[in-house]
Design a protein around this ligand. Sequence first.
Ligand SMILES: [Mn+2]
Length: 339
Amino acid sequence: MKIGLGFHQKLLTKQNFRFARQMGATHVVAHLTDYHTHPMDLELHRKMYSYENLKKLKSEMNEEGLEFHAIENFCPAHWHDVLLDGPKKQEQLEYLKKIIQSMGEVGIPILGYNFSIAGVWGLTEKNVARGKAKTAVFHTPQETPIPNGTIWNISYDQLAEAGEFPPITHKQLWQRLEYFLSELLPVAEDAGVIMAAHPDDPPLETLRGHARLVYKPSLYQKLLDIVPSPNNRLEFCLGTIQEMTEGDLYDTIEQYANKIGYIHFRNVRGKVPQYEEVFLDEGDIDMIKALKLLKKHNYQGVLIPDHTPSTDCDAPWHAGMAFALGYMRAAINSLNHEA
Ligand SMILES: [Mn+2]
């Protein structure tokens, strides 16, 4: 098993690549644009996903001894009509294919995606992790409808008419996913790129009135079966799976270990509709047990910390990640010694 670190766009710097290497990471997962700040800037997003930029980023990572392992998420501006079955759907799908082809040419093996309308929503920050560390919590928020022109809490169309768009059903959502995968997976196969699906976070059957895709472990199988391909895999988020009310995390690892693209290695206390993200060693998941099961199934891929509580110091994000990476490295080394 290999250790990676996930970076948001602003953190994709030489200094941070060194930090990752110093903490024992060997792989990078990158979010390529800051779509919260520039939701409408399609040109900027396209530039970030271009062959030239991917190649440049990869060589910067390689210079610091890291591999460019995965891109996590498309920008809402790239594919809102794929999710919403809108008029630009086919045009947007063609652009997503181009991204996958560029990834193949540059040699970036995995694309993580989240096929979701409401996205990650309803989380707030509270000082409830150990030692009053600030962290993301989901505490049964009041669900509000989704305004027109919005996807993933991002307004992609400021000219959209006022009002809300009608909620979509599970059947519609799965049909859209099927079309998306049937268009993209053949391209991904040719390019040698794996597509890895993140489950819905928070994992609720519906959110803000809209159907969610993978909110219980058995729906992972449905996703794998709907368009069978060796390149159809999972972005396996331990925290999100633990937040699900159905199924058991350890059984889920055993079931899907050989279908994982890469792993979000994080811990949580509670389940929907009430949970708190916590440090790796204080949540409901026995992280060592999880690692042992992955090892049992010969999982050879990458694990990244995903999120972690912020720490009270001058570098809250870095310190939180350093703690997570040190924990992961010690745990994996110790399992390897046992073997
Ligand atoms: Mn995750």
